[in-house]
Ligand binder design. Sequence first.
Ligand code: FCB
Length: 438
Amino acid sequence: MFEDLNFPKGFQWGSAASAHQTEGGNHNSWSEWEKIPGKIKDGSNADIACDHYNRFEEDFDLAKELGHQVHRFSIEWSRIEPKQGKWNQKEIDHYCSVSKALINRGIQPMMTLHHFANPIWFRDIDAWLNPESPEMFGNYARKAAKALSDLDIIWNTINEPMVVVALGHLYGEFPPGIKDFGKAQEATKHLLMAHGQAATQIREIYDELGRKQPQIVPVISTTHFMPADPNNEDDVEMTTYLDNLYNQIWIRGAVNGQIEELDGSTRNYKALENSTDFIGINYYSRMVVSSEMDILAGQTPPKDPNLERCEGLDWEVYPDGYYHVLKSYWENYSKPIFLTENGIGTLDDSLRRRYLITHLQQVHRAIQDGVDIRGYLVWSLTDNFEWAQGYESHFGLVEVDYETQERKPRESAFMFREIIESNALTKEIQEKHLSRKV
Ligand code: FCB
């Protein structure tokens, strides 16, 4: 029934994480948001999280032991620029050590400049609603790139800008807690411009320092939108609208260099030229679209009771959507793709194993159909602070005991190592983990 699914030679495997979710000890827009009663489901905060700031060597030992070849992580803007224009060299040095710790273990660092959290000073001047925010972000990118340009790093600019926009400015579930479509549009534009500014600054400083240009990768969240009734024109139209709004706007802007203005017109933005070497795609689930629901107000049709779900977040497990998302990006933009996040929050590790295998089957299917995919990263290396869910979602290949900070690889971590070692989803792996519920 199963066959060996081989991945291309040189395909890169690893895991992803972010600073605020793992480090502990941050003071930023999120650390203050967490302290507002009711914002985090389990009432927790990321004050300690996984203490990764102090334990990164130990965590990277594990990543190495588990066969990872790439590790995606983020650096904390609030640590590096605690006050506008004031740089903290000690923190910059810290991230140099983090990057070197990966390189010394033979793991490729992929570094994200912004993963949801903002410095307090930036929050206080309206963050992404401030028209000068792209330049401010560009300055930070320049500083970081200058300090790290002698290391072989793949740069991610902004993680999932659409999540920053939608959850922060439309649904009000993430800071700054706004619910306003017009503001969401403004933030969209500024985040895209910020990506462009960051890419431009990174390119410039590498040139000035005579370094080989690095790869720059914007990372987007993708959802597979599908009409509740494919024969209902309104559902289909709404699906296309949402796909454009949530998925396509970003990459179209980053690849084609165009900013969509609030009045619907577009203009070319020079800083976006040459801003994207790969497209970084995060995929978790699908969304069924019914034109009868006000999706922009957070309404969604009932979930399919037959599909398995991600803990807490309630995302349906829908591997087929991965294939469609990958195909559509390749067809629309013809840029190589790096899969920067995929995984499931669950305490049922057999579900995690099934999730990883069934999603990798779809990745393989897309590759067979000509999609240029260069690598795949599991979210996440360890359990961590899952934003508005707190510690209720367990995404780690490695379990964390938050009392003792002890790490314990789950069986899925060893299964993933086998996949990496064979650069394939072998018949045996699929049989073992899919044929029966283990
Ligand atoms: C993504 C985020 C990441 C993590 C996963 C589960 O949207 O980038 O930080 O929370 O979801």
